[in-house]
Write a protein that binds this ligand. Sequence first.
Ligand code: NAD
Length: 444
Amino acid sequence: MTDDLFSEAVRRLDRAAEYARIDSEALLRLSSPRAVLEVSIPVRMDDGSLQVFRGYRVRHDDTRGPTKGGIRFHPDVNLSEVKALAFWMTCKCAVAGIPFGGAKGGVVVDPKSLSRLELERLSRGYVQAIADFIGPETDVPAPDVYTNAMIMGWMMDEYSVIRRRRMPDVITGKPIPLGGSLGRDDATGRGAYNCIRELQRIRGWNPTDLRVAVQGFGNAGQHVARLLAEDGCRIVAISDSRGGILRENGIDIPCAIRHKNSGQSVYSEQSVCGCPVCGEADCHCDEGPLSGSTLISNEELLELDVDLLIPAAMENQITSENAPRIRAPVIVEVANGPITPDADDILSSRGTLIVPDILANAGGVTVSYFEWVQNRTGDYWSTDTVRSRLQEIMSREFHAVYDRMTEQSIDMRTAAYAHAVSRLGEAIACQGTSHYFSASPVHS
Ligand code: NAD
């Protein structure tokens, strides 16, 4: 993890500004977060000892609406990363055209080492520490890496206890019975799938001809793999933090999902590397998902000769070191920031089409926005309504970005940032720029 992830992230703005109408003052505003909070969270552990965890919440920009962004529980969380993730959320909400700004939160912890009670105390403790910083009209958190619906439910409950009234609109990604939205569970993967479908139409691809590799088999990775497999694409490789599997004939994704999500723990105890071979008691598919497969490392997965590569795990997976060996002609960034700027230059110069994170994974925050609207109106939507509204937004914004890319002869990431920056610049300009104030004196 680089120390200057945030500085690197913000540098994308300068490039985008060459292709979008935006005032230099607006760029200046977007170059620093609006507010940064660092907290310590004391947690009583099951053995009676006290541990103090470090946590962050960053609100990057709220010009277009309350800030919005997930909470990550991971040992590598650091302030620069949280600031970068908050910045990406600002751009993502602008790309999707939803009325939110960007934020992010994180706690430095290995959540898999905690018991369920310790995890609940940590989740509630984090909300106690940031309660004055968040709220339905200021900053609305959501899940991210190693946080899930149950954790969102605990956090909503803790905030409601603090405010002395039930406030489901303070957080999204909640369990359905606690005010969550239908269709939120697979929204990130589905939004990426919607983008891939649009690309298929434009390029005239036949799904059954597509060989796909997916790095990361959590919420985002599982759903995009499942939806593509349902269309007939061959998912030849999947992985998680412990490594991956490669199977040329295609992996049985429903079976791999069942295996990965089995077990009683909050976090999966299973790795895709241990998928059952056909004939084993817990294999329910016609043809074993592992027969004829080999174990591979995450590094090997990224370098496979596939038609479509989907990084859906963590940042900085494709760097200047391994970029020259990446063979996939199309990469869809379901994870946030999986390709470093140096690697991006290498891949773009070789003609690799990269559907950037701020577009490809915008489905999650879009349905989070739907959840927030439903909580505030009390009008709850059907799964079909959620999916069709998501598809409408993803298709519209995909084409807006794709058309800008072709019209301005730029890469898709620059086009997505230019699209975001245009909307952000327009909103910031409504409050007045130096040009406006110097040209129109208030008193003549
Ligand atoms: P998750 O916790 O559900 O799953 C993460 C997966 O990545 C797990 O399978 C884990 O084993 C794997 N993993 C962790 N480190 C890895 C590594 N070094 N190499 C390979 N695999 C590794 O998380 P998620 O919600 O699926 O998030 C994944 C990515 O998608 C993150 O970058 C996140 O910011 C992004 N994202 C998620 C959402 C959402 O709604 N969940 C929305 C937008 C973006």
